[in-house]
Write a protein that binds this ligand. Structure first.
Ligand code: ADP
Ligand code: MG
Length: 239
């Protein structure tokens, strides 16, 4: 079953800024897909289109089997985690995680249960009463991921979520994210420019350049058989 389908998706910000130039992609339910590509290749824009934060200029987007035209972002069953954690500074960790559920009118008891369950998964149960400014970078990023998990989305979108963390923490979080994927069974679409991250996390890697897909494959397929010099260069494989 497909979780997200893109058909000939295009996006321009005016005639001189054609950013996405015809992307076709089918992401299977439960899959961990990683988007890689140089800065400016349109990765974030594509995630924002999937999330409903941006409209495509052309093409068709399906979430599950449903066309997304007229389905507002809040009803797509999608949660996005950004590189900048964007936590609410005046709220506790608990309140940060509960916020979206409260706004959606979720009953108080269910909010409590979901926040506690998500916090346990991320090992931040002991931090629920703290304010963001008292947390480390790694802890803040966990809270940011927690805010997505509580919503129990079908699809998680991660936009370079670890790039503000130091190398050791990034390594830890990579392991955690793999576990999370197994535990939740959700579809995950993950953008990074870190080749190691892509190779270790992805079931399939999508390589972008110039707003088009250069190649799609498993890490092994891409590494062993890059379809062109760009992909070979990007993944550091021998030509
Ligand atoms: P990536 O995430 O791969 O680095 P982006 O999707 O952020 O790439 O950006 C792709 C291109 O689109 C860049 O050239 C960027 O300047 C341009 N772009 C992104 N958002 C806008 C916008 N709102 N208005 C104009 N240009 C934009
Ligand atoms: Mg980006």
């Amino acid at each position: 079953m497909s979780a997200v389908t893109l058909r000939n998706i295009r996006k321009d910000f005016g005639a001189d800024a054609k950013v996405i130039n015809g992307v076709d992609l089918r992401i299977e339910a439960g899959e961990f897909v990683v988007f890689v590509g140089p800065s400016g290749s349109g990765k974030s824009t594509l995630l924002r289109i999937i999330a409903g934060l941006e409209d495509a200029s052309d093409g068709e987007l399906l979430i599950g089997e449903q066309s997304c035209i007229d389905v507002p972002a809040s009803q797509r069953g999608i949660a996005m985690v950004f590189q900048s954690y964007a936590l609410y500074p005046h709220m506790t960790v608990y309140e940060n995680m509960a916020f979206a559920l409260r706004m959606a009118g979720t009953p108080r008891q269910e909010v409590l249960q979901r926040v506690e369950r998500s916090a346990a998964i991320l090992q931040i149960s002991h931090l629920l009463d703290r304010k963001p400014k008292t947390l480390s970078g790694g802890q803040r990023q966990r809270v940011a991921i927690g805010r997505a998990i509580v919503r129990e989305p079908r699809v998680f979108l991660f936009d370079e979520p670890l790039s503000n963390l130091d190398a050791a923490l990034r390594q830890d979080m990579r392991v955690e994210l793999s576990k999370l994927h197994q535990e939740l069974g959700a579809t995950m679409v993950y953008v990074t420019h870190d080749q190691v991250e892509a190779m270790t996390l992805a079931q399939r890697i999508v390589v972008f350049d110039g707003g088009v897909v250069q190649q799609v494959g498993t890490p092994a397929q891409l590494y062993e058989n890059p379809s062109n010099l760009f992909v070979a260069g990007f993944l550091g494989a021998p030509k």
